[in-house]
Design a protein around this ligand. Structure first.
Ligand code: E4P
Length: 223
């Protein structure tokens, strides 16, 4: 499983890159506008923080294939390093994906709610598909089941596209999609920070230190 940060906040990204095994950063228009900054400058700053190897995902705004292709080519020229273009999966997106992939531009099919949206994006050449797990759950669907079915379809048809599961509100959803076959996940910073915070662990650490200091002296807080 690879872990991506679902944020465009440079400070949060810098912090998480330092502490966690991070494969890259995913953004979408809602995430970008929260930063209230010129977007190209922001993308370039994120690139500087994460380095050229990690993937940076940037979503298009255009809706028809011609607009999507033009935006994707513009972004690919402007932003250095490993860039993946996110395209919400529609009929126009499938057409654009075929064109971009034949030009060597990596694509992620996003805003996916059904296994067949994922299968069409994959067959068009998308490197990744992003099912929106929590948004599916909110529609009284089952986000984990959608991920499991995409994984089954990809396995049945030997599709190499990876599932980058997105849209989570709790760690249980992330745990469930990882077991259901998601290859990678993208997670908001606040949720990543809860992955390894567990009160019992903190209590254990305090107990270990107390015993150690009782044996070796109160000034012994390290080995
Ligand atoms: C990521 O690529 C998605 O755009 C994002 O995870 C959506 O998350 P949300 O449903 O919490 O907005």
């Amino acid at each position: 499983m690879r872990l991506y940060i679902d944020s465009a906040n440079v400070e949060e990204i810098a912090h998480l890159i330092e502490y966690y095994p991070i494969a890259g950063v995913t953004t979408n228009p809602s995430i970008i506008v929260q930063e209230q900054r010129p977007y190209l400058e922001l993308f370039k700053e994120i690139r500087e923080v994460i380095g050229g190897e990690r993937e940076l995902f940037i979503q298009v705004i255009g809706e028809c294939a011609e607009e999507i292709v033009a935006e994707a080519k513009f972004i690919s020229k402007q932003i250095q390093g490993n860039v993946v273009i996110k395209i919400p999966v529609t009929e126009e997106a499938i057409k654009a994906t075929k064109i971009l992939v034949s030009d060597g531009i990596a694509v992620l099919g996003t805003a996916i709610y059904t296994p067949f949206q994922a299968l069409m994006a994959a067959k068009a050449g998308a490197k990744y598909v992003a099912p929106y797990v929590n948004r599916i759950d909110n529609l009284t669907g089952n986000g984990t089941k959608v991920v499991a079915e995409i994984a089954q379809l990809f396995s049945n048809y030997e599709v190499a596209t990876e599932i980058l599961a997105a849209s989570f509100k709790n760690v249980q959803q992330i745990h469930d999609v990882c077991l259901a076959g998601a290859h990678t996940v993208t997670v908001a910073p606040q949720l990543i920070s809860t992955f390894v915070s567990f009160p019992a662990t903190v209590n254990d650490i305090a107990a270990f230190k107390k015993q150690w200091q009782q044996a070796y002296g109160k000034d012994k807080s390290t080995l």
